[in-house]
Design a protein around this ligand. Structure first.
Ligand SMILES: [Zn+2]
Length: 406
C-alpha cells in the first residue's frame, strides 16, 4: 500500500540577519512513500486526501535523515545484565582473551543483550546499524549466527562486518572468515591493528583485500596503532585500495595514526584518503592526542562518520548508545558553532545526508531517496545536533521502526 507522511517540515534555506545565519526557513510538505522509496514530495497546500493510501500525520515535526550507526559491536553488549565495571587487563590480548569466557558466562543471552543495545540506540534516531561481529576460533561462528539471525527479523537496516578480533593471522581466523562469507550474510571484512597483532601486516592486509575483492565485500579495519605502526598500515591500505580498485569500499575505524603524519606526507596521505574515498570512522575519544584530525580530513573531502563503538561491554563500562551524544562531543572538541557548520555536522551521523549545504541550497530529501528518516521536535538540523533534539518517530525504507512512547 502507498503511504503518505503528511504535515512534516523540511528545511528550505537559511535565514540571515546581515551575515549571521540565525535559523532556517521551513516548508510543510507531504511525502509519498512507495516500496521503501520517496516517490513524491508535495507542498501541504497542494496535497489531496488519498483514500487508497495509508496516511501518517507528522504533527508538524521536522523531517531529518535517519541516523546511521557506523561502528557498534552487537555481540559484545552486556546491557541487560547486572552492573559490573570492566575487569582489569594488562594488554589488548589479555582483554580479548578474557572477554569470551566473560560473555559466555552471562545469564542473559547474546540475542537479548544485542537487542538491549539496539533499543538503547533507537530513541536517538538510529535507523541503520553497522555491527562488527567477532570471528575467531574461541567462538567460531556462534556469535555471527546468533546476531545475523537476530538482525534478519528486524525492520531497521543493518550490515555485518566479519571481525577477527584476535588477529586475522595470529588466531588463524581465515577459514572461519571464509565460512562466514559463504553464508552470504556479511557485507564487510574487518580487522584490528594488523601491524602489532599479526606482525606481518602486509600479508594480513593483502589477504583481507583479496577476500573482500573476490567476494564483493567492503573493508573496515580498526586501527589504534600509532607512529610507524599506524602510518605504515594506513599507507599500505591506501596502496591496496588503489591496487584492488576498491574506491568507496574501504573504511578505517579509529585511525589514531592519522595524527602522526607531518608536512608533505600528511598532505599527500589525506589527499589520497579523499581521492580513493577511504572513509574514516571515529567514536570521538576524549583522551588527549588521540582523536584523528576530523575537521582537517573533511577539508580535504574525506568522508568522516561517527559510531558509538563500545557501550557497556568488556572494553568499556561507559556509553549509552546515543549517536547524538557522540556528535555533541565532536562539536565541542572541534568548536563547531555556526548554523551552517552545525547543519553540516549532521552528515557525520547520517552517512553524509544533510538538508542544506553551506550556501543554503536544499540537498535532502529528494524523490528517489530511500525513505529513511526521523521526525524531531527540534526546529532545525542545527538545533537537533546542538541540543540533542527529541526524536518522535523514525522510519527505515518507509516503515515506522520507532515511535516516541506516548
Ligand atoms: Zn570497535
Amino acid at each position: 500500500m502507498d503511504r503518505w507522511l503528511i504535515n512534516v517540515l523540511i528545511e528550505t534555506s537559511y535565514l540571515k540577519e546581515g551575515d549571521w545565519t540565525y535559523d532556517t526557513a521551513k516548508e510543510a510538505v507531504a511525502i509519498k512513500i512507495k516500496n521503501g522509496y520517496i516517490t513524491d514530495i508535495l507542498p501541504m497546500d497542494q496535497w489531496q486526501e488519498d483514500q487508497t493510501a495509508q496516511i501518517i500525520d507528522g504533527k508538524h515535526h521536522l523531517l531529518l535523515p535517519g541516523l546511521v550507526e557506523k561502528h557498534c559491536h552487537l555481540d559484545k553488549s552486556k546491557l541487560g545484565t547486572n552492573w559490573r565495571p570492566v575487569t582489569p587487563a594488562a594488554s589488548l590480548v589479555e582483554r580479548f582473551e578474557s572477554e569470551i569466557p566473560q560473555l559466555d558466562a552471562l545469564p542473559v543471552s547474546i540475542e537479548e543483550r544485542a537487542q538491549a543495545l539496539i533499543d538503547a540506540e533507537r530513541p536517538h534516531g538510529t535507523v541503520f546499524f553497522r555491527s562488527h561481529i567477532d570471528i575467531e576460533p574461541m567462538t567460531e561462528l556462534r556469535y555471527f549466527d546468533a546476531i545475523s539471525h537476530l538482525l534478519k527479523q528486524q525492520s531497521f537496516g543493518s550490515e555485518i562486518v566479519l571481525f577477527p578480533q584476535h588477529g586475522l593471522l595470529r588466531s588463524q581466523a581465515i577459514p572461519l572468515i571464509e565460512a562466514a562469507i559463504a553464508t552470504g550474510k556479511a557485507a564487510l571484512i574487518g580487522g584490528v591493528d594488523p601491524y602489532t597483532l599479526d606482525k606481518d601486516y602486509k600479508t594480513a592486509l593483502n589477504t583481507t583485500f583479496t577476500l573482500a575483492k573476490e567476494n564483493h565485500l567492503g573493508i573496515d579495519i580498526h586501527l589504534h596503532d600509532r607512529q610507524e605502526a599506524g602510518r605504515a598500515t594506513i599507507k599500505e591500505m591506501i596502496r591496496l585500495t588503489k591496487k584492488y580498485n576498491m574506491l568507496g569500499q574501504v573504511s578505517i575505524s579509529h585511525a589514531f595514526g592519522l595524527n602522526d603524519f607531518e608536512g608533505a606526507e600528511r598532505k599527500s596521505v589525506f589527499q589520497d584518503l579523499a581521492d580513493l574515498d577511504i572513509h574514516v570512522i571515529s567514536s570521538i575519544p576524549l583522551s588527549p592526542n588521540t582523536i584523528p584530525p576530523l575537521k582537517e580530513l573533511q577539508s580535504y573531502g574525506v568522508n568522516v562518520h561517527i559510531g558509538c563503538d563500545n557501550v557497556y561491554d568488556s572494553w568499556s563500562s561507559l556509553g549509552d548508545g546515543s549517536l547524538q551524544e557522540k556528535l555533541v562531543r565532536y562539536l565541542e572538541i572541534f568548536g563547531v558553532k555556526s548554523q551552517e557548520h552545525l547543519t553540516a555536522s549532521l552528515g557525520l551521523v547520517t552517512d553524509g545526508h544533510v538538508p542544506l549545504d553551506q550556501n543554503g541550497l536544499q540537498k535532502w530529501p529528494n524523490v528517489g531517496d530511500e525513505a529513511n528518516f526521523i521526525c524531531t521536535t527540534a526546529t532545525s538540523s542545527a538545533e537537533f545536533v546542538a541540543r540533542k533534539g527529541t526524536v518522535t518517530r523514525s522510519f527505515y525504507r518507509g516503515e515506522t521502526i520507532w515511535n516516541e512512547p506516548e
